[in-house]
Structure formats: structure tokens, C-alpha cells
Design a protein around this ligand. Structure first.
Ligand code: HGY
Ligand code: MN
Ligand code: MN
Ligand code: MN
Length: 398
């Protein structure tokens, strides 16, 4: 896991390799160095997606894509995304070391900004490639310090010259290995899962406007207390999701001004992450959360100035032929496995909009992820890479 040392390590061993920071630049350069050992040509597109292409017998065919991401959360783990790229590198190495010439070329891909933790939304690089976002919109996104995505991409030297689109960088299919980021495989004592799809999800930005008032002189019954209102909304959002089986809702970012200990907040911004097993349930959750928050604001003389669902991703179902190749590869490899729908978003959500796609999950300890304690055993990582190789060879022969 040499790549995990290319990062600002947090005190508890976490990884801070936020997209487009200096460590992301270094790990991209490390990745390009690695793939050169396996006879790959490298192209970087205009959103920084890196395609390392190993030629096959018939290079007129679009490559079989093996992708994931190298960016992390601010206090992330060493496996989320990284295992997918390293497993793909392992497949390249195995083909190279055994002089296997595939029929189609193989592309190992580092998708830009999968996490969406610094510049939202998530899965941005694969989303632009799939035609879901425009490059200009992506370039305009800013982080909490006001840095612009497009300027950061140029600063680290990874604003490539290849147009960023499926048409300019065709793939014939896409496989992705990823840690499960949940507890199911450990509970069932299985090393791998065949991922059949990804749940629906939306991200919101909410802004509330109250009144700055003196904490010491304003009577408790005549306040327009924005931070209190936000807190009541956060409790209500949690209650709606708790009461909705198959639904999840979280608030993990909040900003209040003026941040003076003796002045009631006049403005609060917070984000909501809503997820559900299907689109109908997501819509129901979104409507109920909005209704509850409107009631709370009305009772508090606080105005909801912004209620912006700035990103939504419908439920994704992966291609059955691809899923069956992963299933067959896991079974031929003698691995105990199960099928699963992913709770987390992945670049495969967007590649699935353009090409047949499937994913392989590997077990992770206690289901922990987006946390320094994230861990998968070398045996399970090897199992994931072996299932990936088997699926790729099946697809190549198909
Ligand atoms: O948000 C997600 O599910 C992923 O980590 N981008
Ligand atoms: Mn990931
Ligand atoms: Mn993640
Ligand atoms: Mn993800």
C-alpha cells in the first residue's frame, strides 16, 4: 500500500488526499509511473480522468475499463477507491507477467473527484465523462475556502487535452472493485459480493435566515434563532429517515454566522445527504423532510432562503450479462459470495449510463469506511482482484 503514504496522514492514521490537492497530484504521478511498467499509453482528459491503456490484439475496439478513484475523504481510509485502482493494476501486472495478450485493449482508470468531499457533487469526473455534468459546470465548483475546481485542476497540471466525453474516450465495458463500506459481508463471513446496483441518492444545500440578537438581553420567547431552528430541523430529518425503512438521511456539514458567542446566529447553511433503496422512496423521503422543515421554520419566524437539491442520482441497476460474469468468476474462484445493492455511490453509477458495468465488493472490517479505521485483509483484497481478473477475461472472450 505504498500509495497510501502519498497523503497528509491525520494523527489517527487517516488519509487526507482530497481531490486536486498536492497529494492527489503526487499519487496521480505515482499511478502513471506504475502503469508504464505494463506497456500502457496514458491519456488525461479535460477533467483529469487518467486512462492507462494496455493494447490488445484488436485495438480498434474500445478498451475494457477497470476503474475507481484515488482521492479520499478529509479523514478517510486507505482502501475506499484505492483498492479498486490497485486491483486493476494487479490485473495489468498479471497479464503482463504472464504475457497474456487480451483481444480488446484494457484501460485502468483513475476517475477524478469521486468523493465530492472537497468539490461537490460526488463522482464528478466520471459524471462529466458520461455527459451528466458539463466540464464548465465542474470547473466552476468551489470548495469551502473558495478555490475553484478548474483552477486547482490546472494548478496540479492535470487538466488534460483529451475532450472529456464517452465519445472521445470510449470504453466497451467497466468493472470496479470497491470495499463494501458496510457490515454485510463480515456478518455473513463472505470475502466478496456481486454488486447488482446502487441505491438512489440526493444532496441538498439549505440556507436559513433569522435575526442577529443579543444573547443576554433578548427574551427567550421573542427570538428568531437560526441555529436552534437548524438543530430542530436536523433532529426532524433524522426522525423521518428512522421512520422510513430503506431510507437514510444525514446532516454532516453546518456553517453558522456570525459565530459570536453572545450573538444569536442570523444565517445558517447546512447540507443534507438523502438515500433510499429506490427512486419512489427517495422522493417520499425528500417530500417529508421538506414538509417537516417548512413547519419548523414557520413556527420559528426563521426563513428558508435556499432549499437546493443540487445533485441527485437515481437508483442504478447494473447490466445482467456483466453481473453474471462477476458471479461466475466468484463461483469459479471458489469464493463464498452474495449479491448486494450498494449504499454508497461509485464511479460505476456513471459508467453504467454509457457502457455495460458491474462491480465487485470486498469485505471490510466492521463495515467501517470514510474513517481511518477502514481495513480489508490482504486475502480479501486478493480475492477481489482474482474475481476481477476472471470477469475481465470472461468479458474479453465474450
Ligand atoms: O457519497 C458516496 O457514497 C461516495 O463515497 N462518493
Ligand atoms: Mn469510493
Ligand atoms: Mn467514499
Ligand atoms: Mn464512492
Amino acid at each position: 500500500m505504498e500509495s497510501s503514504y502519498i497523503a497528509d496522514r491525520t494523527s489517527d492514521g487517516g488519509m487526507n488526499r482530497l481531490t486536486l490537492n498536492d497529494d492527489d497530484k503526487k499519487v496521480r504521478e505515482w499511478f502513471i509511473d506504475q502503469v508504464k511498467n505494463y506497456g500502457c499509453t496514458v491519456t488525461v482528459d479535460k477533467i483529469g480522468n487518467i486512462f492507462a491503456i494496455r493494447p490488445g490484439k484488436n485495438n480498434a475496439l474500445p478498451p475494457i475499463g477497470l476503474g475507481s478513484h484515488l482521492d479520499t475523504q478529509p479523514a478517510g481510509g486507505k482502501y475506499d477507491g484505492i483498492v479498486g485502482v490497485l486491483s486493476a493494476l494487479e490485473v495489468l501486472k498479471t497479464l503482463h507477467d504472464n504475457n497474456v495478450e487480451t483481444y480488446a485493449p484494457i484501460a485502468v482508470i483513475d476517475w477524478t473527484n469521486e468523493e465530492g468531499a472537497r468539490f461537490s457533487p460526488a463522482m464528478m469526473g466520471s459524471g462529466v465523462w458520461a455527459g451528466v455534468f458539463t466540464p464548465e459546470w465542474a470547473y466552476s465548483r468551489t470548495d469551502l475556502k473558495g478555490a475553484k475546481f478548474g483552477e486547482e485542476l490546472e494548478r496540479i497540471g492535470f487538466k488534460g487535452d483529451t475532450p472529456v466525453s464517452y465519445e472521445a474516450n470510449k470504453l466497451s465495458a467497466h468493472f470496479e472493485v470497491h470495499i463494501e463500506q458496510g457490515p454485510v459481508l463480515q456478518a455473513e463471513n463472505k470475502p466478496v459480493a456481486v454488486v447488482v446496483g446502487v441505491q438512489a441518492m440526493s444532496w441538498f444545500s439549505v440556507e436559513l435566515r433569522g435575526r442577529e440578537q443579543h444573547c443576554g438581553t433578548t427574551p427567550m420567547d421573542s427570538r428568531a434563532d437560526t441555529l436552534l431552528t437548524a438543530a430542530q430541523m436536523i433532529v426532524a430529518i433524522n426522525a423521518v429517515a428512522l421512520a422510513t425503512p430503506g431510507g437514510l438521511a444525514s446532516v454532516a456539514v453546518i456553517n453558522a454566522t456570525p459565530q459570536a458567542i453572545n450573538t444569536l446566529a442570523s444565517h445558517v447553511q447546512f447540507n443534507i445527504d438523502v438515500r433510499a433503496r429506490d427512486d419512489a422512496l427517495l422522493a417520499l423521503l425528500e417530500a417529508e423532510i421538506a414538509e417537516k422543515c417548512e413547519e419548523i421554520a414557520a413556527a420559528a419566524q426563521v426563513k428558508i432562503e435556499v432549499w437546493d437539491r443540487f445533485w441527485t442520482s437515481p437508483r442504478t441497476t447494473f447490466d445482467e450479462t456483466m453481473v453474471s460474469m462477476v458471479r461466475q468468476s466468484a463461483s469459479d474462484g471458489g469464493f463464498a459470495f452474495r449479491e448486494i445493492q450498494s449504499g454508497a455511490g461509485h464511479d460505476s453509477v456513471y459508467t453504467a449510463k454509457r457502457v455495460p458495468t458491474a462491480m465487485i465488493f470486498i469485505r471490510c472490517k466492521d463495515g467501517i469506511s470514510h474513517n481511518p479505521a477502514e481495513y480489508s485483509t490482504p486475502e480479501d483484497i486478493a480475492a477481489g482482484a482474482e474475481v476481477l481478473l476472471g470477469a475481465v477475461l470472461r468479458y474479453d472472450a465474450y
